[in-house]
Write a protein of this length. Structure first.
Length: 94
């Protein structure tokens, strides 16, 4: 959730779901949603939906494995890092 909070600074994340402007299309009024408890991004206008790792990968144009490393560093969850990276590698290979 820390990446979403940094990327969408100034947004109130103290709710179950919050509206944000979508970075994947010209969004003059916030049309995307972030489900705070699930850490999921969804924009019904352009149809994209990502978990935090997928969002980091897409917005930074980096592989899922690298995005998993970014998220794990921000979350400071070294014990989960390898599980996340392994899952990202398996998904990328399929």
């Amino acid at each position: 959730m820390k990446f979403f909070k940094r990327y969408f600074s100034g947004v109130d994340f103290n709710r179950e779901e919050t509206k944000v402007s979508c970075p994947f299309h010209n969004d003059e009024r916030p049309s995307a949603h972030i489900n705070v408890s699930e850490s999921l991004f969804h924009c019904p206008v352009c149809g994209v939906g990502y978990n935090e790792i997928g969002f980091v990968s897409k917005v930074n144009d980096i592989p899922l494995v690298e995005a998993a490393k970014v998220v794990s560093k921000l979350e400071d969850t070294q014990t989960e890092t390898w599980n996340i990276i392994e899952k990202a590698e398996l998904w990328a290979d399929s």
